[in-house]
Design a protein around this ligand. Structure first.
Ligand SMILES: CC(C)(COP(=O)(O)OP(=O)(O)OC[C@H]1O[C@@H](n2cnc3c(N)ncnc32)[C@H](O)[C@@H]1OP(=O)(O)O)[C@@H](O)C(=O)NCCC(=O)NCCS
Length: 276
């Protein structure tokens, strides 16, 4: 049997140590710090009282980070330290986290898991989570420059957040939702061309990450997203353009038409209906 304590009571720096031990042999390098956890509080709705540390025989063996918005929660990070893995602790811990969610009246819990992470997928399936869609990453190096008749104009990031909230899929991954986008600040930048909107990480860097892309429902399938990105490829020449592995599979054809190559890393977006 495991015991648990809130991350708030256990301490943020101590929690980062447990998470880093749990993720030490992970698919991508991960390094939690006090700062990165505080960033998650500010941008992802990480709730330190609902996030927990698991203990076995008095020793910390795992951490589960929970973010919350309204009736939804997100498992924003879950790790069992290597020497305690594959002993059923993850399953026991998930039961605690899902029971917490039921008790606080959540309707839904969601998460993303790397497609190659078999233990993670098994763990979440056994806790009742179902796959919703695959999330892909894309990359494009030094795209050609395009002559566009219209030029993208810089706008407030919050305007894109509003568009995503009004026009985006209602089941977007947590990190693409309007609430997350609204929390981004300069040096991130947002651009608009006609009815297409995008949020970019600092375009002065060699690699520009696309953090949001949305076209008003009334203007879809008219090439507006393509026009917007062509205009930005020309405005910021010679850059590597990256789409993180949180973009819904539905957007694949758009990025592929623009010349992006799908990355090896993909994730499953999974959700648990807590009221079932
Ligand atoms: C994923 C993780 C949290 C699972 O916790 P755990 O305590 O090791 O898991 P459990 O022992 O409770 O087992 C859960 C399921 O995973 C399977 N599993 C665990 N380790 C496995 C392994 N190394 N290979 C294959 N399956 C494995 C178990 O058989 C079980 O499956 P079942 O429900 O079909 O019986 C843990 O392995 C971990 O911390 N990994 C590194 C960080 C990580 O991947 N976090 C998840 C990010 S989304």
């Amino acid at each position: 049997m495991i015991d648990t304590k809130s991350v708030l009571a256990y301490g943020l720096e101590e929690t980062a140590v447990i998470l880093n031990r749990g993720f030490s042999d992970y698919f991508v390098p991960i390094n939690f710090t006090l700062n990165s956890l505080l960033n998650m509080v500010a941008h992802d709705g990480l709730d330190l009282s609902s996030s927990r540390i698991a203990f076995k025989n008095g020793e910390p063996v795992g951490a589960g980070l929970i973010a919350r918005r309204g009736w939804s929660s997100r498992l924003a990070g879950m790790a069992i330290v290597p020497e305690a893995q594959n002993q059923g602790i993850g399953k026991q811990f998930m039961k605690v986290l899902v029971t917490d969610a039921k008790e606080r009246g959540d309707h839904r819990m969601e998460l993303e898991v790397i497609a190659a992470n078999t233990p993670g997928i098994k763990l979440y399936e056994s806790a009742g989570f179902r796959t919703m869609r695959q999330l892909f990453s894309y990359k494009l190096e030094s795209p050609p420059l395009f002559q566009t008749s219209n030029t993208a104009i810089e706008i407030d990031i919050r305007e894109v957040a509003r568009q995503v909230t009004l026009n985006g899929y209602s089941d977007l991954p947590w990190q693409l939702s309007g609430e997350t986008i609204a929390g981004f600040t300069p040096p991130y930048q947002a651009y608009r061309l006609d009815k297409a909107f995008v949020v970019l990480t600092n375009p002065e860097n060699e690699t520009i990450h696309i953090r949001s892309l949305i076209v008003n429902q009334s203007a879809r399938n008219q090439g507006q997203a393509t026009q917007l990105l062509h205009s930005l490829f020309t405005r910021f020449p010679g850059k590597t353009w990256n789409v993180p592995a949180i973009f819904p599979e539905e957007l694949g054809p758009l990025f592929e038409t623009l010349g992006f190559k799908r990355g090896e890393l993909s994730q499953w977006q999974m959700a648990l209906d807590i009221r079932e």
